[in-house]
Design a protein around this ligand. Sequence first.
Ligand SMILES: Cc1cc2nc3c(=O)[nH]c(=O)nc-3n(C[C@H](O)[C@H](O)[C@H](O)COP(=O)(O)O)c2cc1C
Length: 184
Amino acid sequence: MNAVLLAIKNRRSIRSFSGEQIKDHELRAVMEAAQYAPNAGSQAWQFIAVQKKDLIDELSQASKDAAKNHALPFLRELAGKSDYHAFYRAPTVILVCAAESPWAPFDCAAATQNILLAAESLGLATCWIYFGLLAFDGAGGPKYADQLGIHEGYRPYCSVALGNRSGPIPDPAPRKKDTVTYIK
Ligand SMILES: Cc1cc2nc3c(=O)[nH]c(=O)nc-3n(C[C@H](O)[C@H](O)[C@H](O)COP(=O)(O)O)c2cc1C
């Protein structure tokens, strides 16, 4: 199997990170991969790598506060867990932002998958994170957008917890059958 197919198959969401920060050259490689994703919005995106522990913790807490009254019960449940950290205490969090447009979610999703696969190829651990984005829906949202330097008219659509893995790699969930149709 070639390296790309291997990275795709081996990548797993990791939710336990060592305290060790990733190296700057690794972060640069991951951020470069993000920028090479396909996009319909003329690269109208912005990638923000956060490595300030206090800020990551604050975003996690703000997302939990915002999730307390969420319509989805499982998000409310996570918000109520004192040991739950939206980014699993990863030392780096990447926010994938874009100018609001109909295709922004697709551009950001493509860039996020590039981030995950690039990180996998470097032996780094990642988890795609929705929960932490709830911080921007709460009362403190504009404050965080300002603090992080998110461009006017942009917002985060995806985020990634990034770091070095601690603990075992989880097994993949069995793939569902009958999700592919071939028409020849
Ligand atoms: C759009 C999206 C949002 C996600 N948000 C979260 C999240 O907030 N927290 C989390 O632990 N995992 C999150 N995940 C990771 C999924 O739970 C994970 O990809 C799925 O269980 C499959 O496992 P795998 O990534 O190891 O293949 C998210 C994944 C996607 C695609």
